[in-house]
Design a protein around this ligand. Structure first.
Ligand SMILES: NCC(=O)CCC(=O)O
Ligand SMILES: [Mg+2]
Length: 343
């Protein structure tokens, strides 16, 4: 048996000498003192709730890879919008699961003024005018290949895609969208959308830029939700940012602000806290994170297995995004968080 007894070095310092009596545990000693010095807080006002739309009526389709998230027909989306407004959630973001028969190589159905996105915006705005509506002008829900742009000879064609995205943004504004949020990462789309909105009298419609959308493995469950899994050939690395890069994210954000973005978004959220902090420090503009489907599903799955406390992990992940500098967060947890925060 090895009996090693550490010697107390001669002249050893006391903890008071080591810390200079600066004991940081003092303020952590009770709930009241922890509350008193808490630097960041999560509130209902920080939440944007992304919801999935589908055709039909009275439909609530579960999404296997996203427990407790549903594809909603428009009437159900209106009911959820009413619930969200009652909970005090400021805004919804809508994402459609488009019938495969409406998809084509150019995503032309995005230019139908009565497509699922636009019809849902009209219905929600009519029933719940006080909630903000954020719409995505990207083509991926509408293309037969699942890419966010027009695909020709194996290339995602930038400029034609931008023209179509800008036209789609105007139709979304005409339907009542308050914020257009293009998630496609084509070059020049923010300026083109701003010009198109202004030329059509939609000066008050804002743009939230998915300025730094990274090529990420965390979007998997979302692709099941909008029905593009299985369609996508290849990857999106020619338009989303390489997740190894940070300076490039700053350049993307700088450019989108110069083109007229009102708000920036970082996506995904938790693996990109450094990017959020850099953008907030650099530009001091309203900055949002998208806690994406894979982040949501990881917490739900670990929680379902009893490996973590799901609700605590949910709240901690969102507060971490606030601490990194976010003004708000798109999260599938929004209604549950709002219920908890409202007590
Ligand atoms: N345009 C919206 C998304 O791509 C969301 C991704 C996700 O939640 O994984
Ligand atoms: Mg860009």
């Amino acid at each position: 048996m090895n009996k090693f007894v550490p010697a107390k070095p001669a002249g050893t310092r006391s903890v008071d000498e080591i810390t200079g009596s600066r004991r940081l545990r003092r303020m952590r000693k009770a709930d009241w003192s922890r509350r008193l010095v808490q630097e960041n807080r999560l509130t209902v006002d920080d939440l944007i709730w992304p919801i999935f739309l589908t055709g039909g009526s009275n439909v609530r389709e579960p999404i296997d890879a996203m427990p407790d998230v549903f594809r909603l027909s428009i009437d159900q989306a209106v009911r959820e919008a009413e619930r969200a407004a009652k909970l005090g959630i400021p805004a919804l973001a809508t994402f459609p699961n488009i019938d495969a028969r409406r998809k084509d190589v150019t995503g032309s159905h995005i230019l139908d003024p009565d497509n699922l996105i636009n019809a849902a915006t009209r219905a929600i705005k009519a029933a719940v005018p006080e909630i903000g509506i954020i719409t995505d002008a990207a083509l991926d829900p509408f293309t037969s290949h699942g890419h966010d742009g027009i695909l020709r000879d194996g290339i995602i064609v930038n400029d034609e895609t931008v023209e179509q995205v800008a036209a789609a943004a105007v139709l979304q504004a005409a339907a009542g969208s308050d914020i257009v949020a293009p998630s496609d990462m084509m070059d020049g789309r923010i300026g083109a959308i701003r010009d198109a909105l202004d030329a059509n009298g939609f000066q008050d419609v804002a743009i939230m830029s998915y300025a730094t959308k990274f090529a990420s493995a965390f979007y998997g469950p979302y692709r099941e939700a909008i029905g593009t899994q299985g369609l996508l050939k290849g990857d999106k690395k020619t338009y989303y940012i390489d997740h190894a890069n940070s300076d490039e994210a700053v350049r993307e954000a700088e450019q989108d602000l110069a083109e007229g973005a009102d708000m920036l978004m970082v996506k995904p959220g938790l693996p990109y806290l450094d990017i959020i902090r850099r953008l907030k420090d650099e530009f001091r503009v309203p900055t949002f994170a998208y806690q994406v489907s894979g982040e949501y599903s990881m917490i739900k799955a670990a929680s379902a297995n009893g490996w973590i406390d799901g609700e605590k992990a949910m709240l901690e992940s969102l507060l971490a995004l606030k601490r990194a500098g976010c003004d708000g967060i798109l999260t599938y947890f929004a209604p549950r968080v709002a219920e908890i925060l409202k007590g």
